[in-house]
Design a protein around this ligand. Structure first.
Ligand code: WT7
Length: 651
């Protein structure tokens, strides 16, 4: 999508609306339009008093803050003078209430093994592992990499880091050894916590083997802690590698939560940008936790007796904010599942919903499209009547997928919250409120209190209703990223220099006549594969790192299941490519980045379309990848024959 000062053409016209069920509204946390309007207006006009009151009421402070908010975007500082601890807020404060015996984590492994940890149990395990980290020499501010399957030890390790002020950097288990090494180095991690492996569709994902390969290139890492999960063979390097179960044996279950500054770093999470290496998004303590806590209450309408399940992996921001921190800060019961949705069969998710009587279910459009493909007979085999609320996140949801979710999973009874947010925003920004907002399939509806979005042209002019433009935030919010780890200049230039005085999200969007926001996708060279951002640049570098490749250009194209697929145009140093080389390059990219970056199409070309200044014209390639007749302007193209050759090559 190219954006200039004209608006972006929007083709989606959707007119259906669905009112929230009356019974839902009666009991909801935010239950009237007036209440929402009043909150939103107050948060906009007087953010300090709005957020200050919430922080005092909903978080535990060892020492109260002196001021709510200082500075302007991008340099904002929240709750300064205040001392708190995220792990204390998620655990200790519940132990003084009836929640101490409540299930915190309800975990199911892919093979069908289960574990339930009550709040007291989780607290005990977190304290023990925090003591282990201290024994390993981890100090406040040190970075710890977590490269783990979806098992309780991941949640335990996160909260143990937070307890002692260590900064976790979680790397999704689908990333390769090289990606782990890059992130270890960028974060200067001292410790890696991993497992022998994890289960995914009946196969073992060998995490420890990947860590071993990464260790050769990770000079800052001193020690590796390994959870025994699959029992697979692993090499343990003496004095470097330690089994989790050996380390926690006999360790005290008492460990005071460190009283940390409100702005103490909580975690780094890497996300793709359009240029260069992944960006280490840094979130801090109090503001992030307040955002995760409040948005969980507002959007998921969490109640004491809910059983809440978010199907994301904790390796993504969704899992950080809405499996661990938001729900646990609210004392909720959280379902966590290790494996694939179609193992042993396509009914696994619905079996889990029925088994644990899940009442809130949060997933991604890419998963919903897979459910549709597998057929409604799978959910229909199970009793889904416990569900009262559905959510989606990760990419725009196509209205047909929304309708299927509404009818087949929600049984026309449950509100759907389509939540727009980003790794950088820390928590949900734009979303229906389930008790009050009439929903329109495909729209994430209206901003939450404290969120002041606008849709603008490149020079910052606000656009009228139904004109597409750039989605920006005009006011800071407590849970926004504070910097990119080690590269504050890149933080400022990526998010704050595009549109004067605003945070620029990188998405195109329009607002309709009712003020509802319709997100149209990324405007930069970032593609959204299965709800996760992937930089085309990184896939290109991976390809070019192969000895036979001269140059490559990578673009997204519409893909039934993944939302966007990855199409790679490759020119070779010598000779022409064949099916064999396609396989070699696909494998090469997977090794360099990980399975989620697996190319869907690789096309060999004699040349790539470029401007006279040598810039690859990706918009032209996008049309070719999608099999569309191009109506784009080609006047700046240097060599028109290149394009003709690519078109003729189409299968
Ligand atoms: C990008 C952020 C937030 C957790 C998952 C992805 C897209 C996200 C929606 C939505 C339309 C959405 C945007 C955004 N996106 N949610 N409800 N409707 N688009 O986190 O990897 O940081 O990606 O995902 O393009 O910028 P992320």
């Amino acid at each position: 999508m190219s954006v200039d000062n004209a608006s972006i053409e929007s083709v989606l016209k959707e007119t259906r609306t669905f009112d929230p069920p009356a019974t839902f509204a009666e009991q909801a946390n935010i239950r009237s339009e007036e209440q929402y309007n009043e909150m939103w207006q107050r948060a906009k006009d007087d953010p300090a008093s709005f957020w200050g009151e919430l922080a005092t009421e909903h978080l535990h402070w060892f020492k109260p803050f002196d001021s709510v908010m200082e500075g302007k975007m991008p340099e904002t500082n929240w709750f300064s003078g205040g001392k708190t601890n995220v792990s204390y807020n998620c655990l200790d404060r519940h132990l003084e209430t009836d929640r101490r015996n409540k299930a915190a984590l309800i975990w199911e492994g892919e093979p069908g093994d289960t574990r339930v940890l009550r709040y007291q149990d989780l607290h005990r395990e977190v304290c023990r592992f925090a003591n282990v980290l201290k024994k390993l020499g981890v100090e406040t501010g040190d970075r710890v990499t977590l490269y783990m399957p979806m098992i309780p030890e991941l949640t335990i390790a996160m909260l143990a880091c937070a307890r002692i002020g260590a900064v976790h950097s979680i790397i999704f288990g689908g990333f390769s050894a090289d990606a782990v090494a890059d992130r270890n180095n960028d974060a200067q991690a001292r410790i890696v916590v991993t497992a022998d492996g994890g289960w995914r569709r009946g196969k073992e994902v060998q995490l420890k083997a990947a860590v071993d390969a990464a260790m050769d290139k990770s000079p800052t890492v001193e020690k590796v802690v390994v959870v025994k999960r699959t029992g697979g063979d692993v090499d343990m390097v003496p004095d470097r590698d330690f089994w989790w179960h050996d380390l926690v044996e006999g360790v005290s279950a008492e460990c005071d939560a460190v009283e940390l500054d409100a702005e103490h770093p909580l975690f780094i999470l890497y996300t793709s940008g359009s240029t260069g290496k992944p960006k280490g998004v840094l979130h801090t303590t109090a503001g992030y936790l307040l955002g995760a806590t409040m948005t969980s209450q507002w959007v998921f309408d969490l109640r004491e007796d809910d059983t809440y399940w978010c199907t994301a992996d904790i390796g993504w921001i969704t899992g950080h904010s809405y499996i661990t921190y938001g729900p646990l800060s609210n004392g909720a019961s959280v379902v966590m599942y290790e494996g694939g949705p179609n193992w042993p069969d396509e009914g696994r998710f619905w079996e889990i919903v029925e088994k644990y009587q899940v009442s809130i279910f949060y997933t991604a459009p890419t998963a919903i499209r897979a459910f549709i493909k597998w057929g409604r007979q799978w959910p229909e085999k199970h009793d889904l009547s416990s569900i009262r609320l559905l959510g989606t996140v990760g990419e725009p949801i196509n209205p047909e997928a929304w309708m299927w979710y509404h009818e087949v999973i929600g049984q026309e009874r449950c509100p759907i919250v389509d939540t727009w947010w980003q790794t950088e925003t820390g928590g949900i920004m734009i979303s229906p409120l389930p008790g009050i907002t009439p929903t329109k399939p495909g729209s994430c509806a209206r901003p939450l209190p404290g969120v002041v979005p606008d849709i603008v042209t490149k020079d910052g002019t606000s656009l009228e209703a139904n004109q597409g433009g750039l989605l920006v935030m005009r006011q800071p919010w407590p849970h926004m990223l504070r910097t990119l780890h080690g590269d504050h200049d890149r933080f400022v230039s990526t998010y704050f220099s595009e549109i004067d005085g605003c945070y620029f999200a990188g998405d195109g969007a329009r607002r309709d006549e009712d003020g509802y926001i319709w997100v149209m996708g990324r405007v930069d060279d970032v593609i959204n594969v299965s709800g996760h951002r992937l930089s085309t640049m990184e896939v290109e570098s991976a390809l070019v790192s192969h000895e036979l490749v001269a140059e490559s250009a990578v673009v997204g194209f519409p893909h039934d299941l993944k939302g966007e697929g990855i199409c790679c145009f490759v020119t070779l140093k010598d000779g022409s490519g064949d099916d064999e080389l396609v396989k070699v390059l696909v494998k090469h990219v997977r090794e360099q980045i990980g399975a989620l970056a697996t190319p869907d199409k690789i096309r060999f070309a004699a040349g790539l379309p470029k401007t006279r200044s040598g810039k690859i014209m990706r918009r032209l390639l996008r049309d070719i990848a999608a099999g569309r007749e191009s109506v784009q302007d080609t006047t700046t193209l240097e060599d028109l024959s290149v394009l003709a050759a690519l078109r003729n090559d189409e299968e």
